[in-house]
Ligand binder design. Structure first.
Ligand code: ARG
Ligand code: ZN
Length: 876
């Protein structure tokens, strides 16, 4: 525990290749009641690439009790032969080639940090990325040490009939005392962060996949027996992902078996361990009765994401953790493309952009801002961020755009071929793009090293048949990076005429062009017969914040006519933000906005049946966080008043339309295809508008509540049951014991109970803090279950600003107490939740003071993980 002391910092500039390599690792893991013995035999060989020949062999190890250590069969003595130096084992004067065998004792039962080997819900599992393997045995725990693993697991046979590890099963058998063992061999050298082990009593869904070259791969998905009926969607998604990666990236699976295990206690979404992915149950289990449509989509994309890592991450891995986006940004790009091909491309793109703009942009503009390839970190766990993942994916997407699909594919082929079996860098990736295309991407690479959201300011002018566009780029300073350099920015654009049709941009009559910005300020000129409406940043061609003084008329034109899904959505968002700004800043009322907004909304509604999912995206108001992030200082209560007031006003004014949509879109029977999901989404939006109006007394509350409750009482799927419950509870409509009934009905379904907790933690308004305190005291609340903590604390802090920022500071008090409590259980989860305080400096002073005081209070004694985040937020 550190009191106000700074954590040690790791810097990219200090990178050195490993001093010793470990070609082979043989693990023997003996799972016993109360403890586990791990025997590790490592073959060590001096790395010829390290010219300085360090004296000491240094291995990482944390929370390990060393029982014995032998070097080429000779028992080593502490003091003389080795020393334990904090989280390291040091062997001075180690030979160039030798075998080191260690025996350590660990306690997976008491591992609540959920890193390394831990017991969850009666089973054993592992999470090693980023630095969890050092909690299993002493090892050079860094991604550039690749080793061939052979793993033998021993356990009680009746409690743990299933014993799994990476690679192929090569041996198994009975042992004395009702025990058994299994040996797995992974032929592919891998860094230890991709190691995995599972022991448990699980149900299995089996299938097979025939690869493009005709090999048969066994597919096995494991979950608790009661969840066996929730694995079909993940299996379908997996098979589609395998076929897609062959078709689109030419990547074939390489082992004879691919396994996924569902685990209830898990820090993240999922993990791509070689041949043995381990998943948070929330990212793999799906059944219409218990799982919402949004969660179905998430399962499809996470299953694909982890599978795609087999090449982008496992076959070609990262040299060091600064390169994390090399695998994560690239793999997110791959999973986004997969989801686009499996679903509606326009809808997926808007969802991805919405997520980036409303979650990654705030990160990039606040105290947590860091480059996609950071230059320094204290705890690497804190850098599994939206910046590394989502902005990293946009950087890959821009390269795809710059090269075009064919060259991009040639470049990724080259990358996979050249670096197969190696640990490489983001520079190596970009070098393949340059080599194939002949492009010079030196300036482009600043996207990796420079933090912050670039702002593009566009001005225009039309005179004598000439339309001139001026684009200026500026990236505001971020912590530690005062001066920013201009970036290479692809801006896709079209120019629309008065009827919203694209004007020809050149002699060939092209309707769309991509301008590559390089300078701080660039001017463009077009010969046009009329002053156009610019359709800018089409497809969201770069992760930038666009400023252009659109007239309301232009926005209406874009929303009505643009063929680009992003630009239509962006136009709608700008209309909503403008209306909300008039309420928040200019004292106008919600009703004042209706004459301007309702005709626009009616036009979208009139075309809604063309693509109901897209209509739902266009008709939905921005979240309170999104609105709050556009007003300084942040006054969460006035933002809440404005958003809820406008929602109710639109609900009332267009009530006839919402009623008609709600009824027209009723389904006779449940269907799970994309079209049915789109209709459900639009219908739920219509009902949410009605419920909002009814909640404010603008519509007959009983009539609306009766209609809403029907979806709850005779649910055809969880999307409708939960949506109905949320509409009732959030709008104060009579719910007549339905919350309690829901909890009773789903008491044995943890993922559904997470939703039950989240529905309540997201009720807007300061009173929800007291309600959340009640939820924390509920018998079903568990501090050791990350999904449950996220459902209550995460929802309150990140998804409910008018409650979290309660004027009396009670939300902050809950937050600080929760962080302190969690930090003693699971520092990774504590640190991740703590970033919910990142808006501190944007808050109105009375709130900022209270939040700052609450966080300063818990800084002494904080773990290294939590301390790093608190120090950034507090500006220490
Ligand atoms: N590599 C995993 C993924 O697919 C995430 C693992 C994160 N682990 C952590 N300790 N932060 O995205
Ligand atoms: Zn990933």
């Amino acid at each position: 525990m550190r009191d106000g002391q700074p954590n040690p910092v790791t810097r990219l500039a200090d990178y050195q290749p490993p001093a010793w390599l470990v070609p082979d690792t043989t693990l023997d893991v003996d799972l016993r009641d109360g403890h586990t013995l791990v025997t590790a035999r490592l073959t060590l060989r001096r790395n010829p690439e390290r010219a300085d020949k360090p004296e000491d062999l240094v291995l990482d190890g944390e929370h390990l009790e060393l029982r014995s250590l032998t070097l080429d069969g000779r028992e080593l003595n502490p003091g003389d032969d080795y020393r334990l130096d904090g989280p390291r084992l040091v062997i001075p004067g180690a030979p160039d080639h030798f075998t080191l065998t260690s025996v350590v004792r660990i306690e997976p039962e008491n591992n609540t940090a959920l890193e390394g080997l831990y017991r969850s819900n009666g089973m054993y599992c592992t999470q090693c990325e980023a630095e969890g393997f050092r909690r299993i045995t002493f090892f050079p725990d860094r991604p550039d040490v690749l080793s061939r693993f052979t793993t033998t697991i021993h356990a009680d046979k009746s409690a743990y009939p299933l014993l799994l590890s990476n690679g192929n099963p090569v041996d198994a058998g009975e042992e004395q005392g009702g025990r058994h063992y299994a040996t797995w061999e992974d032929p592919f050298p891998k860094p230890c962060y991709l190691f995995a082990l599972v022991a448990g009593d699980l149900a299995c869904l089996s299938d097979t996949f025939i690869t493009a070259s005709g090999r048969e791969v066994a597919l096995r998905l494991y979950a608790e027996h009661r969840d066996l009926d929730k694995l079909d969607h993940a299996m379908d998604s997996l098979k589609r992902a395998m076929a897609w990666d062959e078709r689109v990236f030419g990547r074939e699976y390489d082992l004879d078996i691919f396994q996924i295990v569902a685990v209830s206690h898990f820090n993240m979404g999922a993990m791509e361990n070689k041949g043995l992915n381990i998943f948070n149950t929330s990212c793999v289990l799906a059944h219409p009765d218990t799982t919402t449509d949004a969660a179905f989509e998430r399962v499809e994309s996470v299953v694909a994401h982890e599978y795609f890592h087999n090449w982008s991450g496992n076959r070609v891995t990262c040299r060091d953790w600064f390169q994390l986006s090399l695998k994560e940004g690239f793999t997110v790009f791959r999973d986004q493309e997969f989801s686009s091909d499996m679903n509606s491309r326009a809808v997926v793109r808007v969802e991805n952009v919405d997520f980036l703009v409303n979650h990654q942009f705030p990160e990039d503009q606040g105290p947590m801002a860091h480059p996609v390839r950071p230059a320094a970190y204290q705890k690497i766990d804190n850098f599994y961020t939206l910046t590394v993942y989502e902005k990293g994916a946009e950087i890959v997407r821009m390269q795809h755009e710059l090269l075009g699909a064919d060259d991009f594919r040639r470049a990724t082929d080259l990358y996979f071929e050249r670096f197969d079996g190696q640990a490489v860098t983001c520079d190596d990736f970009v070098a393949c793009m340059e080599e194939v295309s002949g492009l010079d991407l030196a300036q482009f690479k600043r996207w990796y090293s420079q933090a912050g959201t670039p702002v593009l300011t566009v001005t225009d002018d039309y005179r004598d048949g000439e339309y001139r566009l001026t684009i200026e780029q500026h990236t505001p300073a971020t912590p530690g990076e005062p001066d920013k350099q201009p970036l290479m920015i692809p801006v896709k654009l079209a120019l629309l005429d008065g009827q919203g049709r694209p004007l020809p941009l050149d002699d060939q009559g092209r309707a769309e062009t991509v301008v590559i910005l390089r300078e701080t300020r660039e001017a463009l000129s077009f010969q046009l017969p009329e002053r156009p409406t610019p359709s800018l940043l089409r497809g969201f061609s770069a992760p930038v914040s666009l400023r252009y003084d659109f007239s309301e008329e232009q926005l209406v034109t874009l929303l009505a006519h643009d063929t680009d899904g992003f630009c239509r959505w962006d136009a709608a968002q700008r209309l909503y933000f403008a209306a909300l700004a008039r309420i928040i800043d200019d004292g106008e009322s919600a009703a004042d906005q209706l004459p301007r907004l309702t005709p626009v909304l009616e036009r979208v509604i009139a075309r809604a049946d063309e693509d109901p999912a897209q209509a739902a995206l266009l008709l939905g108001l921005p979240t309170e966080n999104a609105v709050g992030d556009r007003h300084t200082p942040l006054r969460p209560q006035s933002v809440h008043q404005a958003v809820s007031g406008l929602r109710a006003a639109i609900g009332e004014a267009l009530a006839e339309h919402w009623w008609r949509l709600a009824k027209d879109l009723e389904a006779d029977a449940y269907q799970g295809d994309g079209a049915a999901m789109g209709r459900r989404r639009l219908r739920r939006l219509a009902i949410a508008y009605l419920a909002a109006a009814a909640g404010q007394g603008a519509l007959d509350a009983d009539q609306v509540a009766d209609y809403v409750a029907r979806d709850f009482d005779q649910p055809d799927c969880m999307t409708n049951a939960l949506g109905a419950l949320r509409d009732l509870v959030h709008n104060g409509l009579a719910q007549n014991g339905r919350l309690e009934a829901f909890a009773e009905r789903w008491a044995d379904e943890p993922l559904v109970m997470d939703q039950w907790f989240a529905v309540q933690a997201s009720v807007p308004g300061p009173d929800t803090v007291a309600r959340a305190e009640g939820l924390l005291a509920h018998p079903a609340f568990e501090w050791t279950l990350p999904n449950r903590v996220r459902a209550v604390v995460g929802t309150l802090v990140n998804g409910n600003p008018s409650a979290f920022h309660a004027p009396d500071g009670s939300g902050y008090a809950l937050f600080a107490r929760a962080l302190k409590k969690l930090d003693g259980i699971n520092p990774q989860i504590a640190a991740r939740l703590a970033s919910g305080g990142a808006r501190l400096k944007r808050l109105e002073p009375a709130l900022a003071d209270q939040l700052g005081a609450a966080l300063r209070d818990i800084r002494p004694g904080a773990s290294a993980n939590l301390a790093e985040v608190l120090d950034r937020i507090l500006g220490a």
